[in-house]
Design a protein around this ligand. Structure first.
Ligand SMILES: CC(C)(COP(=O)(O)OP(=O)(O)OC[C@H]1O[C@@H](n2cnc3c(N)ncnc32)[C@H](O)[C@@H]1OP(=O)(O)O)[C@@H](O)C(=O)NCCC(=O)NCCS
Length: 159
C-alpha cells in the first residue's frame, strides 16, 4: 500500500506545479509555489492544490489537480480536506458545473452573483457570457466551515 503524505510546496516544485496545471487544463494564472500544498506518494508528487488570496479579500480553493493515473482513488478528496482543515471560512471556488456534486460533499454550495465577492462575480460574468442563466458553465461555490455533522474530517485516500 502506498503512503500518501502532504507537505507545503517548495521552490523546487514550481515546474511540476506548472506542468500539472497545464496538463489538467485549468487556470494557469497565480501559481506561486508558496501557497501550494502537495501530496506525495513514495517521493513522487501525485496531487497539488492551493488557497489563493484575491485583491478583494476573498480566498479561493484553487488549482486542484491529481495525476491522471491516480485519479478516482480518494487523493483529491484527501487533499481538499487537508486544505480545508488548515483554512478558515469562507472559502470560494470556481468549477465546471459537472463538479458541483464533488465539491458539495465537502460542504461547498453553489452561490448566486449577489452572494459573490467582486473577483468571483467578474469571473462568473465573463465565463458565463452567452450561457443560459439557469445553466451556467462555470459555478462559484462557497464553503462556510465544517458542518456540525461532519465533525472530524472523515475518509482516508484509498491507496
Ligand atoms: C477533479 C479531481 C481533482 C478529483 O480528484 P480525484 O482524486 O480524482 O477524486 P476523488 O478520488 O477524491 O473523488 C472521486 C469522485 O470524484 C468524482 N469526480 C472526479 N473527477 C470528476 C469530474 N471531472 N467530474 C465529475 N466528477 C468527478 C468521481 O466521480 C468520484 O465520485 P464517487 O466518489 O462518487 O465515485 C481530479 O479528477 C483532477 O485532477 N481532475 C483534473 C483537474 C480538475 O478538473 N481540477 C478541478 C478544477 S475545479
Amino acid at each position: 500500500m502506498n503512503t500518501l503524505t502532504f507537505r507545503p510546496a517548495t521552490a523546487a516544485d514550481q515546474p511540476i506545479i506548472r506542468r500539472m496545471i497545464y496538463r489538467a487544463g485549468i487556470n494557469p494564472l497565480g501559481l506561486d509555489w508558496r501557497r501550494f500544498v502537495v501530496a506525495e506518494e513514495d517521493g513522487r508528487i501525485v496531487a497539488i492544490g492551493q488557497i489563493k488570496p484575491h485583491a478583494d479579500g476573498s480566498r479561493e480553493l484553487a488549482s486542484l489537480a491529481v495525476t491522471p493515473s491516480r485519479q478516482g482513488q480518494g487523493i483529491g478528496s484527501a487533499l481538499v480536506r487537508k486544505l480545508l482543515a488548515s483554512s478558515s471560512a469562507p472559502l470560494y471556488l470556481t468549477c465546471r458545473a459537472g463538479l458541483q456534486t464533488y465539491y458539495a460533499r465537502f460542504g461547498f454550495r453553489a452561490i448566486t452573483p449577489d452572494e459573490m465577492p467582486p473577483y468571483f462575480r467578474r469571473v462568473a460574468f465573463l465565463m458565463n457570457l452567452g450561457a443560459p442563466a439557469n445553466r451556467p458553465r462555470l459555478l462559484v461555490m462557497r464553503w462556510d466551515g465544517p458542518s456540525p455533522d461532519q465533525g472530524q474530517w472523515p475518509s482516508q485516500a484509498r491507496a
